[in-house]
Ligand binder design. Sequence first.
Ligand code: PLP
Length: 336
Amino acid sequence: MEADSLTSTKKYAADISSIREAQLRINSYAHKTPVLSSETLNSFCGRKLYFKCECFQKGGAFKFRGACNAILSLDDSQAAKGVVTHSSGNHAAALSLAAKIRGIPAYVVMPKNAPKCKVENVRRYGGQIIWSEAAIESREETATKVLQETGAVMIHPYNDGRIISGQGTISLELLEQVLEIDTIIVPVSGGGLISGVAIAAKSLKPSIRILAAEPKGADDAAQSKAAGEIVKLPETKTIADGLRAFLGEFTWPVVRDLVDDIIVVEDGEIVEAMRHCYEILKVAVEPSGAIGLAAVLSDSFRNNPAWKDSEHIGIIVSGGNLDLGILWDSLCKAEL
Ligand SMILES: Cc1ncc(COP(=O)(O)O)c(C=O)c1O
């Protein structure tokens, strides 16, 4: 039975029906991603961990789900002029790919400091890049200008019901793949991912616990929860380049009401978790994708009241797009 009172009362920009519709819409385009487990990683924390590997999603991140749902929701006259977005990477590539599938142009505003592999992904999928400064204001201004010039439709990376609904399809799959899950740990930035995951998961299983994982250098969501209103930071500093955005008006109410707590971790813990993913799980993750494991292994989680009752933990490994150039260079230079 689904918990209508919790999540389906049109309180939020998405609900279980819009998430189910998204699943039908994107089913034949998106991958059903695998759930991996590792006895070694389980033994590190004495819990059963289930890694939902969105790094194996098309475009290398969960973002394809929302982008594909948004683009396939457009009617032909809306779609004809194409779509516009601003993104430091994964949403940009996902939107470019979804636009290519629909046969329409994608105009992508990217900050000059976006990681090289994410820029290459956008190019690979045929997105047209327009550069902006790194600050969110510059990205938004540039996107508005492109919007005016092209007449294309704006598809925001997270503050959009179609995007939230697409991301929510992860929970539909995960809770079918692993019935025992009692807790899901989700990276949070703008909050589109966690909003979709939380709405769907709490609709299907009201007792489930949703925890966010956030880097210390961009902990606006944790600060927002503490303040009871959206907090934006003057600057952010973290290795997790996908986690530097702030909550929006559609994602904040979901984070406020349905996210049980936020585990904040240091960048060092993220790097350590990445190493475990590569060495033990054998999965290529980016920092934003490894933060869930970092949170599970952190002291902050062990000291959190949720720790005691979290036995079967779903971890959303949200993406795997990382520049491996430095690692490759060091391997080439290594004396064997
Ligand atoms: C790999 C990865 N994980 C997590 C997130 C956070 O998603 P959201 O902005 O929907 O919270 C992003 C956002 O770009 C991302 O690229």
